[in-house]
Design a protein around this ligand. Structure first.
Ligand SMILES: Nc1ncnc2c1ncn2[C@@H]1O[C@H](COP(=O)(O)OP(=O)(O)OP(=O)(O)O)[C@@H](O)[C@H]1O
Ligand SMILES: [Mg+2]
Length: 372
């Protein structure tokens, strides 16, 4: 395979579960997924990222070292996929690297900022490829939330000329994109995706996540706790809105649950319903007819979560969900593909944000170029 003008997308999300890498081409606007690869995240690095993600636990030395180590790891992950696909740096136009978010503060009373680390210079030097990174801060410079950034990509590849589609991405945080043929593209974070389910599972089981939601399915949900969790002030905010570990984390969850006499499995069951129900409510709040709903992100593999989500949508007379695989893209690679596409947008000098989603005052070209 030579001179094929591929783009690589590198994504490591809020869940800190692994680094997703894809190689894609965009011939005639059609996305072609050449290959994909999931690179393990070492436990030590994961712990460092978690420590840096805790407000108040600031350490400049740790930040700089983790930035360096992650840059190396992102480079290794890219090279692993390039080797697997027999691609050389000459075949790659650019690598779009989201970076690892360690702090996200949407604009409000305090100034907005979003910090992603994983030294792009390191990625460029090791792979020999141009790297595009720092996608969020330009949008924020124009007053935006800097998130979510995937809606522009969803619009590009998942839009339908006549049907209103909703795309739900259930990562650590969940976000939705509304693709309405008449009124365009909107979107926002709906709240927790896998983040609380993972945190509770890690505390009470030996697993990083609730495999297929089987543990949660053994518990009984508790209505009073569900109501209390829904009182989180994130849900009273109107869009544009974005969230992260700052709003939904284990400390907050423990404060919410400690007065309830429930088993850990009952709490997991409640969290599963909570996650599903808040996503469904966000879609119902749009108060417009939705024709089709598609889901991507790792949450799709939590079968109990998906069962609850379908139930919650049905209660609100919404259509049942399908995987984005039905639209030709496997759900676990959508986000990484989005960052490959955002890299292409940067190279083509085209905007990557959607002001109706982020609240930025204008469309703008996102990302900086790091040459090898
Ligand atoms: N078999 C499974 N059963 C249950 N949950 C799963 C399974 N496989 C993956 N997951 C969930 O998916 C999560 C990873 O999803 P994903 O990679 O989309 O999230 P992310 O890295 O946080 O991305 P984002 O940037 O969208 O937040 C895991 O942490 C886990 O909660
Ligand atoms: Mg992930």
């Amino acid at each position: 395979m030579k001179n094929i003008a591929a783009f690589i997308g590198l994504m490591s999300g809020t869940s800190i579960d692994s680094i997703d890498v894809v190689a894609v081409t965009f011939a005639h606007k059609n996305l072609n997924l050449l290959g994909s690869y999931s690179h393990p995240m070492p436990a030590k690095l994961r712990a460092q990222i978690l420590s840096l993600s805790e407000p108040g636990q600031d350490d400049v030395q740790l930040l700089a070292e983790t930035d360096h180590c992650l840059g190396k790891l992102f480079a290794e992950a890219s090279l692993a996929l390039m080797t697997q696909l027999n691609l050389s740096s000459k075949d790659i136009v650019a690598i779009g690297s989201h970076g690892q978010t360690i702090r996200h503060q949407p604009p409000g009373i305090k100034p907005g900022f979003s910090l992603q680390i994983g030294n792009p210079n390191q990625i460029a030097a090791v792979t020999g490829c141009s790297v595009i990174a720092d996608f969020r801060r330009k949008d924020m410079a124009y007053g935006g939330q800097g998130a979510p950034l995937v809606p522009a990509f969803h619009r590009e590849i998942f839009h339908h000329p006549d049907k209103t589609r909703v795309i739900i991405n259930i990562g650590g945080i969940s976000n939705i994109t509304i693709l309405d043929p008449s009124s365009g593209c909107r979107g926002f974070d709906t709240g927790p995706g896998n983040i609380l389910l993972d945190a509770w599972c890690q505390k009470y089981t030996n697993s990083n996540y609730d495999d297929e939601g089987q543990w949660g399915a053994t518990g009984l949900y508790n209505d009073a706790l569900l109501t209390q969790l829904k009182n989180h002030n994130f849900f009273s905010r109107t869009g544009p809105k974005s969230t992260g570990r700052e709003d939904f984390n284990l400390d907050w969850l423990e404060q919410q649950t400690h007065l309830f006499d429930l088993t850990p499995a009952d709490i997991q069951a409640t969290l599963t319903l909570y996650t599903a129900d808040t996503i469904a409510q966000s879609i119902a709040d749009l108060a417009e007819p939705i024709d089709e709903i598609f889901v991507c992100g790792g949450g799709i593999f939590n079968l109990e979560l998906i069962r609850r989500l379908n139930e919650s949508l049905l209660q609100r007379t919404m259509p049942a969900i399908h995987s984005t695989a039905r639209l030709g893209l496997e759900p676990n690679w959508v986000e990484a593909c989005a960052f490959a596409w955002l890299a292409k947008q940067r190279i083509d000098m085209k905007p990557g944000n959607v002001p109706a989603v982020t609240g930025a005052s204008r469309e703008t070209i996102l990302g900086c170029i790091y040459l090898p």
